[in-house]
Design a protein around this ligand. Structure first.
Ligand SMILES: [Zn+2]
Length: 321
C-alpha cells in the first residue's frame, strides 16, 4: 500500500501545519478569529485517521480560499481530532499497522461517557481537546466511508437543524444514530449545552477526490449559513431523504460474517438473513435499510465484536425544507 504521504503530498503538508499548531496548549488546533463578535464554529477533521477529506478542507480554507481574510465575524476552530492515527495513516504504510490508521487504541466515535478515567490514546486526546470542543456553538465533524457510497449528513442533535445544511450537496440525512450506537461519538462532547448544534458528514469514499470537493462545499456553505462569511448565494430549498436509525447489529463473536454484500442504504425485507456464524442467524427484524455494513463478507480489522457491524434504519422518508 502506497503511503498517503506520497499519494497526497499537499495534504501531508497541511497535516504538518496542524501538528505544529497549538491553541491554549492543545496541539493540532488552528484558530481563526475575526475582530467582529459572532458564533464559534468548530470544524473537526480526522476523527478517524484514515479519512483525509477534512485535511483537503483545511488546506483549502487556509490557502486558496483565504479564510483569514474572508472571515466577517466570529471564530473558526479547525481541529484535527485524532492526531496520532492520522500521522500513522500518512507515514505508517508498513503491513500490519492498518488498524492503527483509523485509531490507535479506541474508535474516537465510540468514546466512553466519562473520558476522565482511561489512559487509552483517543480518550486522553478527547480529554485534551475537551476545553476546545466545549467552545463550539456549532460543530461540524467531517468523515468519509470505507464503501464508495452516496454521501450523508449525520444529524448529531435532537432536532435536525436544516438551516445549517443549506447548500450541502448531500440529500441523505441519518437521524438517531447517536442514540443507537455504542458509546459516544466525538461530536457528543462538542459545545456547552442544548443550544449547541452539531452535525457530521460522510462525504463519500475515503480517498475519492469527489469526497474532498464535497467536504469543501459543505464547510463553506455552513460558514455562509451562519453568517461567518459572505453568502455566495446558496440554495434555500432542498429535498432530503431521512433514514432514521432504530437498531444495529453487533456480531456475537468472531465467527460471524455478513450474509452478502449490503451497499449503504440497501433495502431489505423483514426476515432476510443479515449475518451468519456459529450461533443463530441474524435477520432483519422488519423492512429496513442497511447502513455502514462491512465490505463484502469481511469483518474489517477495526470492527471488533464490541462495535456495530452495521446499522438498521426505518424505510426512507422524504421531506422538503
Ligand atoms: Zn469516520
Amino acid at each position: 500500500m502506497e503511503a498517503a504521504s506520497k499519494k497526497f503530498p499537499i495534504l501531508f503538508q497541511t497535516l504538518n501545519t496542524f501538528a505544529a499548531s497549538e491553541v491554549d496548549g492543545v496541539r493540532g488546533v488552528i484558530r481563526i478569529t475575526s475582530k467582529n463578535p459572532g458564533p464559534t464554529v468548530g470544524i473537526s477533521i480526522c476523527t478517524h485517521g484514515n479519512e483525509p477529506s477534512g485535511l483537503a478542507v483545511a488546506h483549502y480554507l487556509l490557502g486558496e480560499y483565504d479564510l483569514r481574510t474572508r472571515l466577517q465575524k466570529g471564530t473558526v476552530y479547525l481541529v484535527l481530532n485524532n492526531l496520532e492515527a492520522v500521522m500513522n495513516y500518512f507515514v505508517g504504510a508498513e503491513a500490519g499497522s492498518k488498524e492503527k490508521y483509523r485509531y490507535i487504541d479506541f474508535n474516537m466515535n465510540r468514546l466512553p461517557s466519562d473520558i476522565h478515567k482511561s489512559d487509552e490514546y483517543e480518550v486522553r486526546r478527547a480529554r485534551e481537546l475537551l476545553p476546545i470542543w466545549e467552545r463550539f456553538d456549532i460543530g461540524l465533524d467531517i468523515h468519509s466511508t470505507r464503501q464508495e457510497s452516496e454521501p450523508m449528513i449525520i444529524n448529531g442533535s435532537e432536532l435536525f437543524h436544516h438551516s445549517l445544511v443549506k447548500g450541502f450537496p448531500i440529500a441523505n440525512v441519518i437521524s438517531d444514530i447517536v442514540a443507537v450506537q455504542v458509546g459516544k461519538p466525538a461530536i457528543a462532547f462538542y459545545g456547552h449545552g442544548n443550544h449547541t448544534q452539531t452535525l457530521g458528514i460522510e462525504t463519500g469514499g475515503h480517498e475519492n477526490a469527489g469526497s474532498f470537493e464535497r467536504a469543501k462545499t459543505c464547510t463553506v456553505a455552513l460558514l455562509e449559513s451562519v453568517g461567518l462569511i459572505l453568502n455566495g448565494g446558496i440554495n434555500t430549498s432542498h429535498v432530503y431523504n431521512e433514514y432514521k436509525v432504530f437498531s444495529s447489529v453487533i456480531f456475537p463473536d468472531q465467527s460471524y460474517l455478513c450474509a452478502r454484500y449490503f451497499p449503504n442504504y440497501e433495502f431489505v425485507r423483514a426476515g432476510e438473513v443479515l449475518a451468519r456464524g456459529d450461533g443463530a442467524d441474524i435477520v432483519a427484524p422488519q423492512d429496513c435499510h442497511v447502513l455502514f455494513a462491512p465490505k463484502e463478507t469481511e469483518v474489517p480489522t477495526w470492527n471488533s465484536t464490541a462495535e456495530e457491524a452495521l446499522f438498521l434504519a426505518y424505510p426512507v422518508r422524504e421531506f422538503r425544507v
